[in-house]
Design a protein around this ligand. Structure first.
Ligand code: FPP
Length: 242
């Protein structure tokens, strides 16, 4: 397996797919062309991750802040997400990919919701790898949504405020059944979290590459996992304990 330790493959990889705009600009192309290429990259990365035995891939497709982008880019991204979700469904089924979504789906255009719902239902029986599409996703909003649900539980008399703890809040996140990400990959060089998986990434290993997302290849994925495998994870303890 390309010199990877099969015992230490990250179960859950999260990706911040940055650099689509720069990729396009360098070629004198419209920004949307970069996103289009980015979608093709995502497809190949999902397949590569499945082959490497990664169990969950979370892809930051559209953040709760991305609505601030120019209107044409927002609608272009929505069209692209809908298109990709329809065009790739058969291939995702063939590849054993289960599609799930994290984010406030109800705020998306109806046609996008409808297509994503169809993908979720049509792939619900697959188990080779989960593709978690983070769309209209914000880490803070996710925590707010969980806090609201906890408050409602208190209001209904189901729990006492003192019972609100880490385990309870974890169980109220969008997909509590997923393991926390082991590895977070960010392309295009920026060293920030950008409101991604704030709750879940407490002990996630970060890997930042200068490569722009549309250029990110299977080899880059393997390099990121190799780097991850050289790390010692301590989860707040000392090495001997961990
Ligand atoms: C960040 O690059 C990328 C995004 C905001 C969109 C990510 C979307 C895709 C990769 C394609 C859509 C995916 C699916 C599932 C169809 P940027 O625009 O911020 O790049 P820049 O920093 O170079 O301008």
């Amino acid at each position: 397996m390309e010199e990877l330790d099969p015992q230490r493959i990250p179960q859950h990889i999260a990706v911040i797919m940055d650099g689509n705009g720069r990729w396009a600009r360098r070629r004198g192309l419209p920004r949307l062309e970069g996103h289009r290429q980015g979608y093709k990259t995502l497809k190949s990365v999902v397949i590569a991750a499945a082959e490497l035995n990664v169990k969950v891939l979370t892809a930051y497709t559209f953040s709760s802040e991305n609505w601030r982008r120019p209107k044409a880019e927002v609608s272009g991204l929505m069209r692209l997400i809908r298109y990709a979700a329809r065009a790739e469904l058969d291939e995702m089924k063939r590849q054993g990919v289960r599609i799930i979504v994290s984010g406030r789906m109800h705020e998306l255009p109806k046609s996008v919701q409808k297509q994503l719902d169809e993908d979720i239902k049509a792939t619900a029986g697959n188990s080779r790898i989960i593709l978690n599409i983070a769309v209209n996703y914000g880490g803070r909003v996710e925590i707010v949504d969980a806090a609201r649900r906890a408050a409602e539980m208190v209001q209904r008399g189901e729990i006492e405020p003192a019972q609100i703890d880490e385990d309870l809040l974890s169980s109220l996140m969008y997909h509590p059944e997923l393991p926390d990400p082991d590895l977070l990959i960010r392309t295009a060089g920026e060293m920030r979290i950008s409101n991604f998986l704030l709750w879940q990434s407490a002990y996630t290993e970060f890997y930042v590459t200068q490569t722009l997302w549309p250029d990110f290849s299977r080899e880059d994925l393997v390099a990121a996992i190799k780097d991850y495998q050289r790390r010692t994870r301590k989860f707040g303890a000392v090495v001997e304990q961990a």
